[in-house]
Write a protein that binds this ligand. Structure first.
Ligand code: ADE
Length: 419
């Protein structure tokens, strides 16, 4: 089966969406030009589990330009844009994804990608990598390595490495210093708040926004929510991060206290059940709950539904839970990552994914060149790749770097000069 998508007739709309994304991805365009000359991926199959949307399609086309065969599935049951999946399928890509997959369908689609016997994997959340290890071990010797896009995925892979279960090298694209800055911090902030506003059409200004987790994602969301006029409260379990939040000017408190005052709750911890029934019991009537982490485990949705006397969809991607005392709490996008899982969510801004996916494309090339020299470990993105992407981006923005004089270079390398 060459593809399995919702409706191939949606392809023309998807093509328009991809074209618009392409216009704003100059870094990937440069890499695509290089790839079309050098064909570094010639004859290999890349198996990808990513959010199937317009920016992802541009990455797929770039890899194809480099000579790769592509097999693509989603990495979240709700984040596929059916128009884009159709456009890719029409173009001849092997795509197995649609919005609203059941869990069984989701894993069947990951298996369809694996049936194509990929040499390199690109994953977002590590479901495909863990599926290979758990259920398809016969493929392991054929796989040179994988690149992982997100924090949650990298956490899982590091756990596999610690257990000695990881059987091929993985590049943690997520952990690149550049990616953490532009994608996790700025990209997630913009796309999460954009999704929150477009799903609810309500204001952030003047509201108390509780951000749970002050990692790169939480920091970005807190700062942008403040910029929109919110009163921001941070909940954090790590002392250094909590201190940073406090010194950034946010109120920091436990969830049991924040629950009473928040109008909007946004989870960004990568951990499970950070908002539980005991907190929901304390929340104000009308409170809105959403999640910016990769998996739908951060808000205890089961606990919420047990508390509720009635549950109904009030608008697309807004579910109302009416508690026994008549208070109403609203959950967005089923507690899945709100910036991609909502019908109106668009994912990160295009320019952000231009950089993240450029890191992915160059990491795939690197794995093919150097995979056999690597151990079965989680690796950082090679520094030269990080720098190349940052430099290409700056060039596309017309920004020049200051050049150091030879005297300055010598000074920085010396120890003899002091007071
Ligand atoms: N679009 C495609 N992949 C994405 C990701 N990991 N985060 C946000 N937007 C995306």
């Amino acid at each position: 089966m060459k593809y399995k998508v919702k409706d191939i007739k949606l392809a023309p709309k998807g093509e328009q969406m991809i074209e618009w994304a392409e216009l704003h991805m100059p870094v990937l365009a440069t890499i695509r030009e290089e790839f079309s000359r050098t064909k570094p991926l010639k004859g290999i199959t890349v198996g990808a589990a990513l959010h199937v949307e317009a920016k992802t399609a541009v990455l797929m086309r770039t890899l194809a330009e480099g000579g790769a065969e592509i097999a693509l599935a989603g990495c979240n049951p709700l984040s596929t844009r059916d128009e884009v999946a159709a456009a890719l399928a029409k173009d001849g890509f092997r795509v197995y994804a649609w919005r609203g997959e059941s869990e069984v369908e989701y894993y069947a689609n990951l298996n369809r990608v694996l049936d194509c016997r990929p040499r390199v994997l690109i994953d977002d959340g590590a479901d495909m990598i863990s599926l290979v290890h758990a259920k398809r071990p016969e493929l392991i010797s054929h796989i040179v390595g994988a690149a992982e896009e997100t924090t949650t995925g990298v956490n899982r892979l590091r756990a596999m490495e610690r257990d000695g279960t990881l059987k091929f090298p993985v590049i943690a694209v997520n952990d690149s210093p550049a990616k953490r800055l532009f994608d996790n911090r700025f990209g997630t902030a913009e796309s999460t708040l954009q999704a929150l506003m477009s799903i609810t059409n309500t204001s952030i200004s003047g509201k108390t926004v509780v951000v749970v987790g002050y990692g790169f994602v939480g920091r970005g969301i807190a700062s942008r929510a403040k910029g929109l006029g919110a009163i921001v409260v941070v909940v954090e379990s790590d002392a250094i991060k909590a201190l940073e939040a406090a010194m950034d000017g946010f109120r920091v408190m436990r969830m049991s206290k924040a629950a009473r005052i928040g109008d909007i709750f946004i989870t960004a911890t990568g951990n499970k059940n950070v908002i539980r029934a005991e907190h929901m019991r304390l929340m104000k009537n009308g409170a809105i709950l959403c999640n910016a982490g990769h998996f739908n485990v951060e808000i205890d949705v089961e606990g919420l539904s047990k508390l509720a006397a009635k549950r109904r969809e009030v608008l697309s991607d807004i579910e109302e839970f009416r508690l026994k005392d008549d208070r109403r709490l609203y959950l967005l996008a089923q507690g899945r990552l709100v910036n991609l899982a909502g019908e109106k969510s668009l994912g990160h801004p295009i320019e952000i994914m231009d950089m993240s996916f450029s890191l992915q494309a160059l990491s795939v090339e690197y794995l093919l060149k150097h995979g056999s020299e690597l151990e079965d470990k989680v690796y950082d993105v090679p520094v030269e790749i990080d720098h190349k992407v940052a430099e290409l981006k700056l060039k596309s923005m017309g920004i020049e770097l200051e050049e150091l004089t030879s005297e300055q270079v010598r000074y920085l390398k010396s120890w003899q000069f002091g007071t």
